[in-house]
Design a protein around this ligand. Structure first.
Ligand SMILES: *Cc1c(COP(=O)(O)O)cnc(C)c1O
Length: 421
């Protein structure tokens, strides 16, 4: 079962809102830190390059929550960063993160982005076999290079990311067996192997199967081509329980399954020590973010509507994917959910609905309406359609104090790229 408790109550919200008007996203620092520690603890057995435990790392997918304040919290907790754009690389640079703390997993990559990644010393993860020459001719082959494997029909994928053979990412199986040798001839000396075949996946065994797939491939690369893979990157994609009846992925179960596969496949092949890394975004911050809004309208027509002061510019997932986000009404926890509402924003788009036919307690104008699980792919997917402005972001510290970590956009921001003075 999902944990439905909020890290703030109505009284604390009253205090926060007195200074920071709704709507805003607020992130729970304690929850983020505790979760980061739990993930690290589960994988504490993973060896580093010398064979000592401590070789595990999650490279937080910056696109999930590209805010330097949250990134600093994650970096303190031992995480690196997975980037796929210039802005994400520059965010790392601005907070003082460089080198192999950055994984550059991009696709359709322009040369100037590879140049920035190389300047920062990031681990470069190639999305396609043609990028070996593209990178080498344009900038030179780095000493450490990683390649992204797409198993195509050999793997089922899951609902959100779709079938691997229809995904635009990665090398085919033949290509991955052909890619490392030329990279070595061009000067690469250290090698990584990556895949990402799931998104928002809640089945822990799926990640064990992914590890088995990469372990077997690493063994094949050693035996057939004498390529020694030094790390496997299992990608992101660990899901979170958006719905109340769903259960969080048990990190320990994933780790135990991966360790058993490591002992069975990697050790006998002489590939130990092999580092294991992930690039999860959603599971790292998703459950620890909340979009706090207020009800500004109630509307009774063919259905009952609650109109919020937030809209899909603040959170795309329900409109874009039909995704479920749980909703709480602080102060009304004890009241029965005996109303059925569509909870909507103000865009001129009928899919600007945070919830459809949702049983909720009676909502009055002025009530807080809190939308759960907005800590990943929430603010960052926002947009300015209809001239809607993006909200502020707040960080809730363990002592219940709050820092504004991004101000809300203003009309001047919206007009900044126009000449209308
Ligand atoms: C989006 C993405 C991630 C993070 O995915 P989550 O579902 O947020 O864990 C990791 N790696 C790559 C290459 C991605 O595109």
């Amino acid at each position: 079962m999902k944990d439905l408790t909020l890290p703030f109550d109505k009284a604390l919200l009253d205090r926060i809102v007195a200074e920071h008007p709704t709507p805003f996203h607020i992130y729970d620092e304690r929850g983020i830190r505790d979760n980061a520690r739990a993930l690290d603890d589960a994988f504490s057995w993973v060896p580093d390059s010398t064979g000592t435990p401590g070789g595990f790392k999650n490279y937080f997918a910056v696109k999930a929550l590209p805010n330097p304040h949250v990134m600093r919290v994650l970096h303190e907790a031992g995480m690196g960063f997975d980037c796929s754009s210039m802005a994400e690389l520059v965010l790392c640079e601005r907070i003082g993160v460089r080198g192999e703390q950055i994984m550059f997993t991009s696709n359709d990559t322009p040369l100037h982005e590879y140049a920035k990644a190389q300047e920062l010393g990031a681990v470069i993860n190639l999305d396609d076999i043609t990028h070996i020459d593209y990178l080498s001719n344009g900038l030179g082959m780095p000493e450490l290079i990683c390649m992204r494997y797409n198993p195509g029909p050999l793997r089922e994928g899951n609902v959100i990311i779709g079938k691997p053979e229809e995904a635009k990412y990665g090398f085919t199986r033949d290509q991955i067996l052909q890619g490392y040798k030329p990279a070595r001839e061009l000067g690469a000396r250290r090698f990584g192997l990556h895949t990402m075949v799931a998104s928002n996946e809640l089945n822990p065994d799926y990640f064990v199967e992914t590890a088995v797939m990469l372990f077997e491939l690493a063994v094949e690369l050693k035996e057939k081509l004498d390529i020694r893979i030094e790390f496997v990157n299992l990608g992101g994609g660990i899901g979170i329980p958006y719905r109340p009846d769903q259960t969080a992925v048990d990190y320990q179960r994933v780790s135990d399954g991966i360790k058993a596969a490591y002992d069975r496949l990697i050790k006998p092949a002489g590939l130990d020590p092999l580092r294991i890394v992930f690039e999860n975004g959603r599971v790292i911050t998703g459950p620890y973010g909340y979009l706090v809004t207020r009800a500004i309208h109630r509307k009774d027509t063919y259905k009952q509507y609650i109109g919020l002061d937030g809209n899909m510019a603040n959170l795309m997932r329900p409109g874009m994917y039909g995704a479920y986000h749980h909703i709480s009404v602080p102060g009304k926890e004890a009241e029965p959910a005996d109303q059925t509402y569509d909870v909507v924003g103000s865009l001129c788009e009928n899919n600007d609905k945070f919830a459809i036919d949702r049983p909720l307690p009676r909502i009055d104008i002025g009530d807080y309406v809190v939308i759960h699980d907005t800590g990943a792919h929430g603010y960052s997917m926002g947009f300015n359609y209809n001239g809607k402005l993006r909200s502020a972001e707040l960080l809730l510290h363990p002592d219940s104090s709050v820092t504004k970590i991004r101000r809300a956009e203003t009309l001047e921001d919206y007009f900044a790229t126009l000449d209308v003075s």
